[in-house]
Design a protein around this ligand. Structure first.
Ligand SMILES: [Fe+2]
Ligand SMILES: [Fe+2]
Length: 217
């Protein structure tokens, strides 16, 4: 099946992103899936898919329209640079508005992607952007993305291995900003789920070691 006009447009924009940034979008999408599964909302994604595409995989797509030299900078941004960076939520929203216009069957997909792209930098206490929404006025998928996005940033080593945080450090950071940046219910579910999964893995490893000893003679 040949790709539709909208799919081609999406692919072209994504290809303008540096590889590390494209990867960041995909990994954040994966964490969104994990969080939604922990919330018992694993079926939500299938209702929003368009062809084989998920609206979870594009939250920072608008960065494709930013000055790539600015993006590559590892220093702290000046106020002006920060304003330029903040525009990525509007640029990204524009992409999905255009796709919605030319692809009538992508309506649900585009609406969900727009919510995520536009509001993933809103903060639970109202101190975020672009609209300063707070609490549950921030759409659910954007609240989920906010947690997934920051966790992904902390875990990845985009600025070099020294910037990469351990799982524990990253979860602690989420807890520190629970209720200010993040929806506290989502942080609690994610931290609990991840910790349990890690403990389970550790238990499996311990059982492996015990069994390998037991069966080795
Ligand atoms: Fe972003
Ligand atoms: Fe991001």
């Amino acid at each position: 099946m040949t790709a539709s006009k909208g799919e081609t447009m999406l692919k072209k924009v994504m290809m303008r992103l540096p590889r590390q940034e494209a990867y960041h979008n995909m990994v954040t999408g994966q964490y969104m899936r994990i969080i939604l599964r922990l919330m018992g909302k694993e079926n939500l994604e299938s209702e929003l898919m368009w062809h084989h595409l998920s609206p979870f995989d594009y939250h920072d797509i608008g960065k494709a329209f930013l000055d790539q030299d600015l993006m590559a900078e590892q220093t702290i941004y000046t106020k002006d640079q920060e304003l330029l960076m903040m525009a990525h939520v509007d640029y990204g929203t524009g992409v999905f508005q255009q796709i919605a216009e030319i692809e009538p069957d992508a309506r649900m997909f585009c609406a969900a992607a727009e919510e995520i792209v536009l509001f993933h930098h809103e903060c639970f206490d109202g101190s975020g952007y672009p609209d300063g929404l707070s609490g549950r006025d921030i759409p659910l998928l954007a609240r989920v993305c906010a947690v997934a996005n920051v966790y992904t940033r902390l875990r990845e080593n985009a600025g070099g291995p020294m910037y990469q945080r351990t799982i524990k450090e990253s979860l602690d950071a989420l807890k520190r900003y629970s209720g200010t940046f993040f929806d506290p219910d989502i942080v609690e579910i994610f931290v609990k789920g991840t910790t349990e999964e890690l403990m389970e893995k550790q238990l499996v490893r311990q059982l492996d070691i015990i069994e390998s000893h037991h069966f080795s003679f």
